[in-house]
Design a protein around this ligand. Sequence first.
Ligand SMILES: [Zn+2]
Length: 344
Amino acid sequence: MDLLRHAELSRRAVLAAAFVPLVGCAREPSAPAGGAGATAASPTEGGQGSGAPDDEASPSGTPEETGTKDDGEQAAELAGDDPVLLALVAAFTPGWLPPEAPDPEPTRIFDNVTVVGTDFVSATAVETSDGVILIDALESREQAADILVPELRSLGVDPARIKYVVVAHGHADHFGGAQYLADKYGARVLMSPTDWDVAAEDSSPDVPERDLEIADGQRLTLGGTTMRLPYTPGHTPGTVSPIFPVWWNGRRHTAMLWGGTGLPEPTSGKRDYLRSVIDYAALMRRSGVDVELSNHGQTDAGLDRMRALRDGTAGDQNPFVLGRARAQRFMQVLELLVRDKLEG
Ligand SMILES: [Zn+2]
């Protein structure tokens, strides 16, 4: 038992290390205020006149400097007693490791969204009338076979309907099960080109064969559901953070999923991360994002919120629906936490 526990803790340390990746930055010198920012609409998207608002690279996400408080204190203050924001603050505490927790039960968190996985990492299935877009694929072929597939089935999601696996970034805990799903169900695997490169360097035996490349801001449409795939470099140079519609009791909301949480070591990577947080918060505002999701459910109290939904303790409320203002506050807290690390 002790040995098992030791092995488990070691695994966690390794996984937590994966939170802090390698790389500097390969981001396009993107979009300083104004002009060139129109990039977010990709050439592959089929041009629904949505390009318009995208070039407003508003700096309004920048927090005001207030007095002598450092950014970390401001982040904690802004988080207040909000459990979602407090979890985020905790996850940025130096030396933080995901606490041991039981693996969550698979949970339908929206009418069209199911979350499966372990206490450490999750995969998010978005159902459409023409199949499933899966965001991330857990850590390995084994987890895909033993956890992802049966858990999806248990909630009535047919894994054979997975058409796309959108891998948010090129670390093994996100791509590990992707090739299994490609081999077994013919799913196409998507990553940003830079993170295909990151994945290719990984020591995992389950690096998927290079397949589709995500362009910055690309829209992926399946069965009338369109998922937007903006780059949010930082955690890795090609992290992607999807934005997509979700329904709860028949009512439409707009969700974001922050694709990579841990801060990179190099200062340049932290700067990229900060820029991504600010740009993405602006995109969230323009897109009316009111739902916050993560692929690491201990960094945003996601596991607790899943449990509340399953237990019915959330009542009529869906705890993933933060509302637009609170979703913005999530990003403000994240921004302060990154600034704190940049300065510290
Ligand atoms: Zn990662």
